[in-house]
Ligand binder design. Structure first.
Ligand SMILES: [Zn+2]
Ligand SMILES: [Zn+2]
Length: 175
C-alpha cells in the first residue's frame, strides 16, 4: 500500500471477543507488518527489534495504545518490561517513519497502514462505544487544511483531526 492510496478501507477490523474476524485481523496485521518492513527498507530506515515489536503491538488492535499499554502488551509476549523511555523512542521513530500517528487527546498511538508522513493531514473517527479508531483523509480535506494553516503563516508539526462518536458497527448493534 503506498501513500497515494486514499481509498481507505477499514484499516483495522473491529475486534470483538470471539469474533470470526480475528484470524483475518491477525493475517492483516502480518501483512501490514511486512509492508512496514518493505517501507523501511526502501526509505533506508532501521526497523530495530524493539521498534518492530511496538509496531506489532499497535497492529494487534484497532484501539489507540498508550505507552504503558504497549509495555504491558510487550511484556505479555516477551516477559520483559521495557522502560517507558524506550517505548517513547520507538513511538518517535514510528511517527517520523509514517508508520503511526499520535492521538494527542489520549496521549496514545495508533498504527498507520497508509505510511502518511507526520505532517500530512489525517482525520480519526473515534468510537466512544468500542474505543475503535478508523483513519480517513481526502485530497480535498488535505487541501482545505493546508490552505487554512498556510493563511495563518503557521508551520504544522501534525495535522490531526479527531472526531468523536459511534462507529458503523456500534450504530447497527445499538439500534
Ligand atoms: Zn495515517
Ligand atoms: Zn464502535
Amino acid at each position: 500500500m503506498d501513500k497515494q492510496d486514499h481509498t481507505h478501507e477499514h484499516a483495522h477490523d473491529h475486534h470483538h471477543e470471539g469474533c470470526a474476524h480475528e484470524s483475518a485481523h491477525a493475517a492483516r496485521a502480518l501483512e501490514a507488518l511486512a509492508a512496514a518492513e518493505a517501507h523501511c527498507a526502501t526509505e533506508g530506515l532501521k526497523l530495530t527489534p524493539i521498534r518492530r515489536a511496538v509496531l506489532e503491538a499497535l497492529y494487534s488492535t484497532n484501539r489507540p495504545m498508550s505507552a504503558y499499554e504497549t509495555i504491558d502488551a510487550l511484556a505479555a509476549t516477551t516477559g520483559k518490561r521495557e522502560a517507558p523511555v524506550t517505548i517513547y523512542r520507538a513511538f518517535d521513530f514510528l511517527l517520523a517513519a509514517g508508520l503511526a500517528h499520535k492521538l494527542e487527546s489520549r496521549n496514545a498511538y495508533i498504527a498507520c497502514p497508509f505510511h502518511h508522513m507526520s505532517n500530512e493531514p489525517v482525520m480519526f473517527l473515534i468510537c466512544e462505544s468500542c474505543g475503535g479508531v478508523d483513519e480517513t483523509t481526502s485530497e480535498s480535506l488535505a487541501r482545505a487544511l493546508t490552505g487554512l494553516v498556510q493563511a495563518q503563516g503557521f508551520s504544522p508539526r501534525a495535522q490531526v483531526i479527531e472526531i468523536q462518536g459511534l462507529c458503523a458497527h456500534c450504530r447497527t448493534t445499538s439500534e
